[in-house]
Design a protein around this ligand. Sequence first.
Ligand code: PHE
Length: 472
Amino acid sequence: MTEGREQFSSRLGFILAATGSAVGIGNLVGFPVAATKGGGGAFLLLYAMFVVFICIPVMMAELSLGRRTQKDPIGAYLKEAGAGSPWRIAGLLSVITPFMIAVFYMVITVWIFGYFIEIVSGNLDTLAKPETFNVFINSNKVFVYLVIVAVFLNVILLSGVKNGIERAAKIMMPALFLLLLGLVIFVLTLDNAILGLRYYLIPDFSKVDAVVVNSALSQAFFSLSLGMGILITYGSYVDRGESLAANAKLVAMADSAVAFFAGLMILPAIFALNPKANTEDLTDSSVGMMFSYLPKIFMALESSVGYVGASVVAAIFFLLVFFAAITSLVSITEVPTSSFIDTLGLSRKKALIWLVSVMGLLTVACIVSFGMVDGLTAFVEYGNMKKSFFDVVVDIFYDTILPLNGLLICLFARYRWKNSLDDELGRGDNGYEGSFTKRYVDISLATLIPIILLLVFINTVAQKYFAFTIIG
Ligand code: PHE
């Protein structure tokens, strides 16, 4: 064990930091829309099954690898698989992936922060106009917001695991829960709120097809921050006396609860203001929902609570999403940071200076790929579609490599590293050996999970790059 590796100060510290990572834009915006379009309660049921049978075992495998090796993902695979082993590639992918996902997640976080500032400056009416989003993302203001968010992020990361990551989560996560609860209560008191609840909760199994099943799985997988090396890294900061199985279950529950509550906020709000809303009208993308659809909804509140009231509700919403996004961003940037520290032997400060420079450049390349720079806006063409630089980053790393990383960790943990996995999961958890959890983790990691993740990976590659549809 590396001498003096920082640790979370307590179990609660880890739970909040990991939940901070898991709760993101996906929970607050992506989940409610996917659930409504995917048959309401039927989607919720599917989602819960995927969390229990697929995500929790993968979480446990990632956490175990990190805690056992006390290393970042590159070091972890290297230490356990040996220097010449091809598994090193899995380690490398577990660091490059979060690095690139951090780039595009940063762009969206910057927009969220920008919208928050615009709203508190009294500009909700402008944001509610359909053309505003496009003008906003191509304005120079975005660079100012980028600098502010980057400074904020780096101040947290520079302060280290306990004083930075854990402290930020301890402040922002309870604030996020309270803001969310407040908004849910407010929205549920609006007229017609019940119509939204009906769409969200009543199961409609006729809507469940292969596409919906796939979207429930991706949603659950991404929401729990799997395949990004995050839980390997955070696992390396967890005390040996804690039960990883119990921690994983708690984080999964907290993350799912936030996603569920987000639905109780968004759908009633939509139906309260437009009782004739149809789920077909809902936009498919989180970005469209957050930056075009919801500002209109908030603006429509003016008739009941006045302009200032509507702006307060909108500001609370964007602050909430900003907290969720920044804690996710912290976790994902910590992965390459810890790799630079462990693998290259850099100090935290030097590691962050390197990261800020390289990630900053790539982030700017993404920001200008929405129209400011032609060569990056129409960057390449594949699968019969023109793609911007931003699209390429999302397609390759978020959509394609994530499930591959999940597949690799579970094959590694189950077939190459089984004894260590069992031993690590048994630490701090006397009842693990012989438990029901152990049996289902064994079986899922060995069969169900690799098969499903392989299918998802093949389907994505066929669809994205060859315009060939297997599912959907
Ligand atoms: N769990 C996040 C979400 O739902 C996904 C994510 C995690 C993205 C960490 C980036 C970093 O939005």
